[in-house]
Write a protein that binds this ligand. Structure first.
Ligand code: FEO
Length: 168
């Protein structure tokens, strides 16, 4: 049976992961609007990843005999100055999620919930990869600078990203 404090924190994390999907959906829509279809695809894949993260936590709460309680999702921003700012927002958001996952792990340790610690380990590893991916994109955008052609080519690269269903 899931400890109540951990159940509440996991329900809060479902909300954060679902908001992440909503935020990336908004970024994808804006990328399409400004003609960067590859970037739009990258954000679409991110949407699917976030939904799968929320689902993973949902399944875990159920498996442990807890109660899933879905919460209201706030409106994400929908205007962004340029593509670099869009990825900077992405990194900032992922850092916020990393902090939240780390706090969840701290709670699982404090509550001596070993199963939750093992479950959360996957998310800790995933966050390292998420931040690394966005940092790499930001480094490429820095190198591209003001080159319209460079951005066009890079956007084509982002069009190749595909969704891979994560496994625990
Ligand atoms: Fe589910 Fe991008 O963190």
């Amino acid at each position: 049976m899931l400890n109540k404090k951990i159940e509440d924190a996991l329900n809060e994390q479902i909300k954060k992961e679902t908001y992440s999907a909503y935020l990336y959906q908004s970024l994808s829509a804006h990328a399409t609007y400004i003609g960067l279809n590859g970037s739009a695809n990258w954000f679409q894949i991110q949407v699917q990843e976030e939904i799968s993260h929320a689902q993973k936590i949902y399944n875990y709460i159920n498996e442990r005999g807890g109660k899933v309680k879905l919460k209201a999702i706030e409106q994400p921003p929908f205007e962004f100055e340029n593509i670099t700012i869009m990825f900077e927002e992405t990194l900032k958001h992922e850092e916020f999620i990393t902090k939240s996952i780390n706090e969840l792990m701290d709670l699982a340790i404090a509550e001596k919930d070993h199963a939750s610690q093992i479950f959360l380990q996957w998310f800790i590893t995933e966050q390292v990869e998420e931040e690394d991916n966005v940092n790499e994109i930001l480094n490429s955008l820095k190198l591209i600078g003001d080159s319209g052609n460079g951005l066009r080519m890079f956007d084509k690269e982002l069009a190749t990203r595909v969704f891979v269903q994560p496994t625990v």
